[in-house]
Design a protein around this ligand. Sequence first.
Ligand code: ARG
Length: 389
Amino acid sequence: MLDLKSIIAKAISKATNMNEKELEEFIEIPKDTSMGDYAFPCFRLAKELKKAPPAIANDIKEKLEIEEKYIKKVEIVGGYLNFYINNNILVEEVLKEFEVKKENYGTSKIGEGKNIVIDYSSPNIAKPFHIGHLRSTVIGGALYNIYKYLGYNVTGINHLGDYGTQFGKLIEGYKRWGEEYNIEENPIDELTKIYIRINELCKQDEKVLEECRNNFKKLEDGDSYCTEIWTRFRNLSLKEFQKVYDLLGSKFDSWNGEAFYSDKMTEVVEKLEETGKLVESEGARIINLGEDIAPCIIGKTNGSTTYATRDLAAILYRARNYNFDKALYVTSYEQVLHFKQVFEVAKLLDLNEKYINGLEHVPFGMVRLKERKNVNKGRKHYKIRRLTK
Ligand code: ARG
C-alpha cells in the first residue's frame, strides 16, 4: 500500500544521511491543511546539525529528491518543511484498490466476534405502512449493511406491531360487519375502515368496548376463533408490506413481533416486582423514573400488558439469544421518551451491564409534506403502498 509518510522520510534520510525510521517519527500532520498534508519540524535536528531550523530546512529542500507524482510542492515555513500531496496519486490508489477488492472495498474486521441486533421497519399489522416505517426500513437497512461490512455479526429484526388491545377491537368489528368489507382485495384500507367504525361504536357504547377487551383477553389466552382471525389479518398485512420490501430489497433475519413476547412478559413483571419498584397508580402498575421522565406503564388498569412491557421482554430475549454487544432501535424521534423509559426500566431486570450499555435508540426526524403537516401521525398517512399498485 502507498505510504507517503515513509516516502517523505526516505527522501529526507537521503538528503541528510540520517536514520529513516527516526525521521519518520518526527513527521507531523499539520492541523491547518493550508500548511500542507505532512510537515517535518527541522528544530528536531538543530542540536545534532548545530544549525538554526530554517537553515536546515533550506539545506534539506535543496537536496531533496522526491517524485512529483507523490509530492507536488514543498514549502518552508519557519523551521518547518511542509509537504503537499499530489492528489492524483490518491485517486489512482483508491481506484486501484477498488479494482482489486470490488464489492469488498471498504470492508474491515473491526466488528469480528461482536453481535449487533437492529430493530427496524416494524410496521403495525392492519394499519398503513407509513413514511416513518419507510425511513426506518431504509436507515435500518443501511446500518445493517454497514455493520456487516465492518465484520459484525448482524441480526435484523422486524419487530412487527401485531399485538395489543386494538386487535380486540378489530376482531369485534370483523365479527359484526366482516362481510361488508372486501378484506382480501384491499386488506389495509378495509381493516382500517373497520377499525375506525368499531372505535366510534366503542365511544358510544361501553358494552361494546367491554367485548373488545374480552376479545383481546381471549386472544391472549389462545382462543381458537380469535387466533384464527388475528392470524389471517397478520398474513394479509404481511403480504402487503412485502410489496414494499420487494421494491427496496429489504430482508430480515427475524420477524418476531410484539405477539411473540405474549408469553414472555410474566418474567419481566416478576423481576420488576422483586425490586419493589413496581407500584400501583390509578389502577395501573407503573415504575416511577424520577422527576425528569414520565413513569413507565407496565400493566394497564384492565390488567393487559403494554408496548413497553413487550419491549422489555424483547430485551431479555435478545440478550439471551443474540448475546448482543449493541442493540439498535430505528424509529422516528416520536419514540424518544418511550425508549428512554424502557432503557431505564431495563436496568432493573438484573441484566449484565454489557447489555444495558449496548441499548441505543437511533431516532430520525419527521417528514413534512407541503399539504400535510405531520405525515407520521394519526390518519394522515402518506400511503406508501400506493407505490406498489
Ligand atoms: N411498531 C412501532 C411503530 O410503528 C415501531 C416499533 C419499534 N420497535 C420497537 N422495538 N419498539 O411505531
